[in-house]
Each structure stands twice: as C-alpha cells, then as structure tokens.
Design a binder for this molecule. Structure first.
Ligand code: NG1
Ligand code: ZN
Length: 535
C-alpha cells in the first residue's frame, strides 16, 4: 500500500512525545511545543475532509490566538468558513494520538470508517499568525499534504478570520452564494466598500486607538486602513499601536484583548487620555474589546456583551425604521459568562430574545443560525452577526415606502457585507462598532451608560481531575461531582443578585469559577467560596 508507506515514511522526520494525549478541543489543538506530529495528523485529516466533501477547499490555521508567544496551535476550517464539524474532531484526535509507525493504518481505517472515495480531488488552503514556530509547523503541514498528494495553497500570514473568509469565498465562487474575491485584497475591498455604505450619514467623533497585541492584526489593520476612507473623506481616524511583529516574544505580552479583559485594565503602554476610544485585538485578530478611561481616570471596559448589545440595538432600530422588523426574527446568543445586566438589557430594554449556549464559538454560531439575524458574542470579544437567507432576501428586495425606510435599508444592506458571516472577526467587528457609534453620535461614555455591569469575578482553579466536572443547562449547572451544585445554589442565594457556576475549561487543565453579584465585595466573596467548594 504505497500511500500508507508514504505517510509513515514522511512522518519519520518527526518524533511523537511520550505520554501526552492530544485532544482536538474548542480551539483545535493548542499547546506549548511538541506540535509537529499533531500538525502532520491535521494535514492528513484536512485532505480527507476535502475528499469527503468532493474537493471543496478546507482551511488550516496555525495559531494559538491570545496564548503566550511560545505556544502554538492548529485548527481546521470547514468549507463555509465555519469550525470543523464536531464529529470530525474525534477523527482528528484519533490521528493525532496514533503512534507514527501505525499512522498509515489508522489513516486507512478512517478512510473506511468515514467512507471516503480516494479518487476524489482534495484542496487545502492554509495560513499562520506571526509566531516564531509558524514556519516550522507550516513545513510539517505541507509535508503531510505532499505525502498524500493533496493540492494545497500557502497564504502565508493572515488573521484567522481572513483565512475563514478566503475558504468561504473559494467554495462559493461562481455560485449564487458568492461571498467575495478569495484573496486578502478581496477581503479589504469587501470590508471597505461595505463600510462606506454603512457610514453614509454618520459623523465620527475623535479617533480610535487599536492595540494589536503585537500580532498579525497589526500589519493587516495597517493594510485595511489603506482601503478605508480618510478623515477628510468622512472616515474615522485609526491609530495603530502594539504592532511589533519583529520581536515575536512581544506577542500578547502586556497587551491585547485577553490581557485587557482578564486584567480589567489598559495595557501599561497605553497613553489614552480620558474618554479616548480604545480597542484591543488578540493575537490572531478574532477577538475585540473596547475600553476607555473615564473623567476620573478609572478604567472602563466595553467587552463582547457590550458589542453584542450595541449591534443588536442598531440592527433592530434599522429594521424598525425600514419597516421590516416584524418580518425578522432577531436574537442575541450568549454564554453563561455574559454579565447578567447585559442579558436583562437585551430582554427588557431591547425586547429581544437572549439565548444561552455552552462555551465555544461553534455552539453560539449554531444557535445564531436559528434566527434571521443572530447576534452572538462571547464576553471575551469573539463573535459576529449571522443573517439567514430569508433575512438577506427581505433586506435586499423590500420596496421602501419612504426616504427614511430607504436610508435604513441601505445601511442594513451594507451591514450584511460588512459583518463576517463565517466567523467572529475583530477587524470587521471594529468597523461595525465604529459605524454604530458614529450613527448614534455616541462616545464610549454613552455606550457604557446603556446599562451597568454587575461586578464579576473569574477564577481559575487547578484540580486533580477536571473531567469529573459534568455540566448541564448550557454549562450553568453541575450534575457531577454530586452534591456540589446544591452547595453552589445555597452559596449564591445568600448574595444580592448572586449568580455563580463552575465548569471545566475546554482549553486549559483547570476548572473556571465565575461569580457575579450586586457589589464588588459580594462577587469576590461568592467566587472564592465557590472556588473553595470546587477544590
Ligand atoms: P475555556 O478554556 O473552555 O473556558 C476559553 C474561553 C472561551 C473561548 C475558548 C476558545 C472564557 C471564560 N473561556 O474557553 O470563551 O474563547 O477559550 O478560545 O473566556
Ligand atoms: Zn483569537
């Protein structure tokens, strides 16, 4: 069997670390070092996935997102730019854990199990972020694809959402669902064209400073800016900071969306004056967080919950003005980490349904697709808005009855192109937020004023075995270890507006405890009591 032999022969260039069980988790495979054989396995699987889908392009992204510079990771992108189908995660895990000398057999076993026609064509497109280990891992990926005779395209450096965009474009080219030009330039052109349409009639105040986490978002944002209207043409002034990609060690170090969200403070390098609009991307530019210093120089965070509520309020207002609100089912999808005040605001003020799903973008994305307009964001800033076919049809074909209706419809039409339909995209989301603030005439202060966050605390608890923590009700309750949920219930009932839950992390070897309550001291107290109960 020449293919089996070729796989085993090519894999011999790498050595598989002993005693490690790899698992394709929420964000693919992610770890510090030792990724060669995992990436090799992912290359094999990407080819099989493409063959299974009759030669549609499959994407592979090499990144570890917001994690430290020495980490890296790899994940697969499905044809519509979505996350890999869940069933295939187990195949990925199986291949990644196979001893190298058995790799050919395991591969063959999968071909039979999944019923793959090996004569089908297969195409894989990949990219990476700025990590130092990127080139080495790309070479491993290419070796796996070459060994199995798969056609591939190396797009070098891209943000994660840019790769998702290209995958979707390639697979929709020439169909009625054509998504755009399948190139980096096509991405900038699509976004800037849509942005120009959305901001018609809006006026920008001040400037935006974007912290790029010293990652791939820096050079890509600088490129995007070249396509956007300048300040003289009514555009927004964007200052790019933390865009050092020459020193790979500075990636995500004391800056970036994860730093700002978890530390609840601006990067130490920030020179923001009170009320200056600031945003942070993460290392692969799929997360976005806003913040500012208030008049008293206190740090104020505008996280994913804020972006979701801002987008939902803008879109439902436009739909109302356009006269199509009754025809559209608009909903907001959150996880248990969403601040309770944001959920209350969505339901009581925006009067929209709020749905809670498990952590992980694929769950949110899936739930969003059940609405005509599904606004989904994780509190950490990862999210987007999906439009159903029905919504697109209504937005594109509804006959406006007045100039006001027409204006609103045109803004909505622009939004369907501005917002990345494949995956959460920090650059696209940033243009969305900028456009909404400009239309509303809001500074970050008015945005923050829409509701008051409950003080919250997130704690990481290291336990002996996190797999015993089994949840239900969208991870808000524990079914095991037995008795623990009753303890948490009783603890949280003692606090005003108390809410707490514990779940095993899908990306780290730890249990996360979240707590919120009416006051800072109550939230902290509740979090530490629940953390103690978990230990
Ligand atoms: P885990 O480690 O499962 O909590 C974290 C984030 C998720 C998501 C994934 C993927 C929190 C509390 N959890 O998941 O929201 O972004 O990483 O990167 O932020
Ligand atoms: Zn990321």
């Amino acid at each position: 069997l020449p293919l089996q032999q070729a796989i085993v022969a090519a894999s011999q260039a790498y050595s598989k670390p002993d005693g490690i069980v790899f698992e394709y988790g929420t964000a693919g495979f992610r770890m510090n070092g030792l990724l060669n054989t995992v990436v090799f396995a992912v290359g094999l699987l990407a080819g099989l996935r493409s063959k299974k889908l009759n030669g549609q392009w499959i994407g592979v992204m090499i990144t570890a997102s917001h994690n430290p510079a020495d980490d890296n990771g790899v994940k697969l992108v499905d044809p519509m730019g979505e996350m890999l189908e869940a069933e295939w995660e187990t195949y990925a895990t199986k291949l990644a854990n196979s001893p190298l000398e058995k790799l050919g057999e395991v591969y063959d076993g999968l071909v039979k199990e999944i019923d793959i026609r090996m004569e089908n064509p297969a195409r894989v497109v990949f990219a990476r972020d700025t990590r130092a280990s990127g080139p080495r891992l790309v070479a491993v990926l290419a070796a796996a694809l070459a060994a199995t005779e798969i056609e591939f395209l190396d797009l070098k450096f891209l943000t994660t959402p840019q790769l998702h965009y290209v995958v979707r474009c390639k697979n929709t080219l020439g169909t009625q669902y054509e998504y755009g030009e399948p190139t980096e330039q096509g991405y900038y052109e699509k976004l800037s064209d849509a942005f120009k349409r959305v901001i018609k009639g809006a006026k920008f105040q001040g400037s935006l400073t974007v912290d790029c986490a010293n990652g791939i978002g820096g050079p890509k944002l600088r490129e995007l800016i070249k396509y956007l209207p300048g300040v003289d043409a009514g555009g927004v002034a964007i200052k790019v900071v933390n865009d050092n990609v020459i020193n790979p060690e500075s990636l995500n170090l004391d800056c970036g969306a994860d730093y700002v969200k978890t530390k609840q403070r601006a990067p130490p390098s920030s020179k923001a004056a009170p009320l200056d609009r600031c945003a942070s991307l993460d290392g692969d530019a799929d997360r976005l967080i806003y913040y500012f210093m208030d008049e008293g120089s206190s740090f104020r965070l505008l996280d994913g919950d804020r972006i979701a509520t801002l987008a939902a309020s803008f879109i439902s207002d436009l739909a109302r003005t356009a006269g199509i609100l009754q025809k559209l089912k608009i909903g907001v999808i959150q996880t248990a980490y969403a601040n309770g005040s944001s959920t209350e605001y969505i339901e009581k003020v925006l009067r929209l349904p709020a749905v809670c799903t498990k952590t992980g973008v694929k769950y949110l994305h899936h739930a969003a697709l059940r609405f005509d307009v599904g606004v989904y964001f994780e509190a950490n800033g990862h999210g987007t808005v999906t439009f159903s076919e029905n919504a697109l049809k209504i937005i594109k074909t509804y006959e406006p009855q007045s100039p006001a209706q027409q204006h609103a419809l045109e803004r909505l039409q622009g939004l369907t192109d501005l917002i990345n339909q494949a995956v959460g995209d920090a650059l696209s989301d940033m243009l969305l937020v900028e456009a909404v603030l400009a239309h509303k005439g809001w500074t970050p202060k008015e945005w923050l004023g829409t509701y008051t966050d409950l003080p919250s605390r997130l704690v990481r608890v290291e336990v002996a075995n996190r797999s015993i923590f089994k949840t239900y009700d969208a991870e808000r309750k524990l079914e095991s270890p037995s008795g623990l949920q009753a303890k948490i219930d009783s603890l949280q009932s003692r606090y005003n507006k108390g809410r707490s839950f514990a779940r095993a992390s899908g990306t780290e070897d730890a249990v996360r405890v979240y707590a919120e309550a009416a006051t800072r001291s109550e939230a902290d107290d509740l979090a530490s009591r629940v953390a103690n109960a978990v230990l």
